[in-house]
Design a protein around this ligand. Structure first.
Ligand SMILES: Cc1cc2nc3c(=O)[nH]c(=O)nc-3n(C[C@H](O)[C@H](O)[C@H](O)COP(=O)(O)O)c2cc1C
Length: 201
């Protein structure tokens, strides 16, 4: 089957499979703090690591939401791992609350302080990465028209790991059970099986 993305057969594919194909995606559970001190927390699945040396993370906001706006004005954001154990809380933080209402309080989550940035982190997350914004890109489509998405890129400047998830010097991903965004609305996965495969020399 081949189709143009804007012209799929809606009888055959009533829901766009794009997000089911590029899956699973890690969840960017992003905490931010505005210059006036308002605290925000929200999940973003248009999120990933985009560089290693130095480590860079990026999340894409479909429209100027609080996370992107607070990250832009403060120059900082924090990524928190959303684990299976925190799934309900993660979901609650996707609620559209009035600006200035903290999703931490709304979802019953405790904050913990960061070291290099002013935004708090999710205390119960297996790990969190403090970031300073390096670039903000207003995304465009093929015709050059702005599509309304804001890509915020940040460099990791601080790393928090809950030592309960360290085994023999490694971060134990199977124990941390990161929540992963899958195909269609409401679909998630987590990891319980890891296997090793080495690159060809
Ligand atoms: C698992 C999950 C992933 C999401 N991913 C995105 C995303 O990549 N981009 C986006 O703009 N909204 C995404 N959303 C919706 C936002 O979380 C939601 O609009 C939220 O209210 C934004 O909060 P904020 O305005 O406090 O930043 C996602 C929601 C969920 C539950």
């Amino acid at each position: 089957m081949f189709y143009l993305p804007e012209a799929r057969d809606r009888a055959l594919l009533p829901h766009d499979p794009f997000k089911a194909m590029v899956a699973p995606r890690p969840i960017g559970w992003i905490s931010t703090r505005s210059l006036s001190g308002a605290v925000n927390l929200a999940p973003y699945s248009f999120f990933n690591a985009v560089g290693g040396k130095p480590p860079l993370l990026a999340f894409s906001s479909e429209g100027m939401k609080d996370s992107a706006s607070f990250a832009e004005e403060s120059g900082e954001f924090v990524w928190n791992m959303a684990s299976f154990a925190l799934r309900e809380a993660m979901n609650a933080t996707a609620a559209s609350l009035p600006r200035g209402t903290s999703e931490f309080d709304y979802a019953g989550l405790e904050t913990a302080p960061c070291v290099k940035v002013k935004a708090p982190r999710v205390k119960a997350s297996p790990c969190s990465l403090e970031c300073k914004v390096t670039e903000i890109i207003r995304l465009k489509d093929l015709s050059g028209a702005p599509m309304g998405n804001i890509l915020t890129i940040g460099q990791v400047v601080g790393v928090h790991i809950d030592e309960a998830f360290l085994r023999e010097g490694r971060f134990d991903l199977a124990a941390a059970q990161p929540l992963l965004r899958c195909g269609y609305t409401g679909d998630y996965a987590t990891i319980d099986v890891l296997f090793e495969m080495n690159r060809p020399i």
